[in-house]
Design a protein around this ligand. Structure first.
Ligand SMILES: [Zn+2]
Ligand SMILES: [Zn+2]
Length: 247
């Protein structure tokens, strides 16, 4: 995925200034909007935004807008399961995936630095959907640490359905850090920053996430919290979450 050319999730698309004229929604594009985003969320609500052939994202036989192409891609095999799909306007899945990918070198280094002899790291290859007890969904992507006894630790990035501006770092089910990506308030306020200032903000943000990851891994493991916690964490995972074995 060419993330370097893709703005972070949450960036507002340009309004269709010629409403009714079916102009592509991509900022600065005046081509006819001949394709409609085919995304339909878990409530049956369609996205329906319209794009030109250059700016609609093709996935197999389907066409999506930028956010929903990212959403469906990030969910991997679960992208075909309506129960996993966030509401049309919710950026939860694309945000988790974006941060996991863009911050990967910093975050993965924080995880691998804490590995003990005999431990193996498993990385989620896709975003997993999970439910809180109250029924609200959240989307997570992260790492599990295993040894000969099984999975002993799990740390993940999480965005809740009810607040898709906040990124939590979770240790099993426990939230150990909550951070708002710096570009979200800026986009909402319409603030412009230089590329250098933006890059510096992001690097600070990933350093903060990494410190939460280190804190998570320094705490007691799943086994030390008792078998209930371990079973809980296992129930939190879906099979497609186990995708890549890093080492
Ligand atoms: Zn276009
Ligand atoms: Zn869409």
């Amino acid at each position: 995925m060419a993330l370097a050319q893709t703005p972070p999730p949450g960036r507002p698309e340009s309004p269709d200034v010629r409403r009714g004229a079916e102009v592509c929604r991509e900022h600065g594009c005046a081509s006819p909007a001949t394709l409609r985003c085919e995304y339909v969320d878990s409530h049956g609500q369609p996205c329906g935004t319209r794009w030109c052939a250059d700016h609609a994202r093709g996935m197999g036989e389907h066409r999506y807008c930028r956010r929903h192409a990212a959403t469906v891609t990030a969910l991997g095999a679960k992208g075909g399961d309506p129960r996993a799909l966030p509401s049309v306007g919710n950026r939860g899945v694309s945000l988790v995936s974006w941060i996991f990918t863009e911050g990967h070198s910093t975050l993965n280094a924080a995880v691998t630095a804490r590995l003990r002899p005999g431990e193996v790291l498993f990385e989620d290859g896709a975003v997993n959907v999970s439910r809180h007890l109250g029924g609200a969904r959240c989307w997570e992507q992260g790492w599990r640490v295993g040894n000969r006894d099984g999975i002993v630790r799990r740390v993940a990035l999480r965005v809740d359905e009810n607040d898709d501006t906040m990124v939590s770092v979770v240790d099993g089910h426990t939230v150990v850090g909550r951070h708002v990506p710096p570009w979200i308030p800026r986009q909402r306020g319409g603030d412009q920053v230089t590329a250098a200032a933006g890059a510096s903000d992001r690097s600070r943000f990933y350093a903060l996430l990494a410190s939460s990851v280190r804190r998570a891994l320094a705490g007691p493991g799943l086994a030390e919290r008792g078998r209930g916690a371990e079973a809980d964490a296992g129930a939190h995972l879906t099979p497609s979450g186990i995708a890549r074995r890093r080492r």
